[in-house]
Design a protein around this ligand. Structure first.
Ligand SMILES: [Zn+2]
Length: 396
């Protein structure tokens, strides 16, 4: 038996979407939650270490479904990536991992690394070599020749090639397969609205992932490409900028997740060319932003499953900046509780880790954050997390 630590007296938001519970307690043994509930039901053991958190709010650590850990969120992240030493990129990634963890994101999913550095960083965290948020990683994105993200990706054309590209990522140790269904903002010369890999090409990659027990995610902005990806059996649509009623219904029917990443174009437009963002990225972001917000609102109202992701690493989209995305989700119609649930339970479900993460329930890993204020009343308190606990250990 390990050491039991009892946290008590706080307001609990457990991540399930249930109402907040005042004067709660949480018992942690080693890495896991042993008990959680109302303090009135707790019987203290003799050797229990007690931590009084009266006046604080406790909730699960945030889970960010869309990050690029090796990318630096400057005006033109791609130019750093392709020009710097890979050794420096490793250090950059390690530094970014801490930013997520210390800001309260205890788990994330990387959806586009460079030269498999993402997989090395993931293993280094799991082995305890470096401190950082735990994460799942995709390895190289699968994209058509010259398609979105080709600079960092595995270019593949035709059904047999995309199948092979997915198998290569699985062989390298990817946890998830990322597939490019459409053009995007950050690659010069490709249009966000235009379809790229075909339904058949994507289906081959999706089938390989599913055969191996892994989930899939697609960069998908234009309507036709999103439909192709959903028909191909994709598990999460990233960005989903141009959603129409038909594709929303398809996503509802198939249970496909939407990871909107509203902050990605927001920061590109906010900082703009004067801060070094390429003109083409600013122009495209300005064009898509209103559609993007509108699509999010429609999908949310229709009841599409929504998980939180930021696309951190794109221009001025900070590692550890997840609270910005929650703010934009609330500005576009979600209640603060819904935004929190999207960022905890739903993200865990989207990543396929809900059995062990995402909510504060007995048996799950003790990944939680302590806040000075109640985020249901003051969401900004998420920008200034008091303490972060990862696998039962206080890291901040
Ligand atoms: Zn991305």
């Amino acid at each position: 038996m390990g050491n039991k630590v009892v946290y008590k007296g706080f307001t609990l938001i457990d991540g399930t979407g249930a109402d907040a519970l005042d004067n709660a307690y949480l018992v942690v043994e080693d890495k896991r939650i042993l008990q959680v509930g109302s303090l009135s039901e707790y019987i203290q053991g003799e050797d229990d270490e007690v931590v009084d958190l009266t006046g604080k709010t406790v909730m699960p650590g945030l889970i960010n479904s869309h990050v690029h850990i090796v990318m630096e969120p400057v005006g033109d992240p791609n130019s750093i990536l392709i020009n710097e030493s890979p050794y420096k990129t490793v250090l950059r990634g390690a530094n970014n991992l801490k930013k997520h963890l210390y800001s309260g994101t205890t788990f994330f999913r990387d959806l586009g690394g460079y030269d498999y550095i993402d997989l090395v960083l993931r293993d280094a965290v799991n082995e305890g070599l470096i401190e950082g948020a735990e994460f799942l990683a995709s390895g190289k994105v699968v994209t058509m020749t010259g398609g979105h993200g080709w600079i960092m990706g595995r270019e593949a054309d035709g059904v047999e090639e995309t199948r092979k590209a997915a198998r290569e990522q699985l062989k390298a140790g990817a946890d998830v397969i990322k597939i490019m269904a459409t053009g995007g903002v950050m690659t010069k010369g490709v249009e966000p609205g235009s379809p790229q890999l075909s339904m058949e090409e994507m289906k081959a990659a999706v089938d390989e992932a599913h055969k191996a027990g892994k989930l899939t995610a697609t960069h998908a902005q234009g309507t036709t490409g999103i439909k192709n990806a959903v028909l191909a059996g994709i598990d999460s649509v990233e960005h989903g900028i141009f959603l129409d009623d038909e594709v929303i219904q398809m996503m509802l029917d198939k249970g496909t997740y939407l990871v909107p990443t509203l902050v990605a174009p927001y920061f590109i437009v906010k900082y703009g060319v004067e801060n070094g963002v390429p003109q083409y990225a600013v122009d495209k972001s300005k064009y898509v932003m209103d559609y993007h917000n509108e699509s999010f609102r429609k999908a949310y109202k229709a009841g599409v499953k929504i998980a939180m992701g930021t696309d951190s690493g794109t221009p001025f989209n900070q590692h550890g900046g997840a609270p910005w995305e929650l703010k934009l989700m609330v500005e576009n119609g979600m209640t603060p509780m819904e935004a929190i649930t999207a960022s905890t339970k739903n993200s865990a479900d989207c990543l396929g880790i809900l059995n062990s993460y995402g909510t504060l329930e007995a048996g799950k890993f003790a990944d939680f954050i302590v806040l000075n204020d109640n985020p249901l009343v003051n969401l900004d308190t998420l920008f200034d997390v008091e303490n972060v606990y990862k696998l039962g250990k206080k890291v901040k």
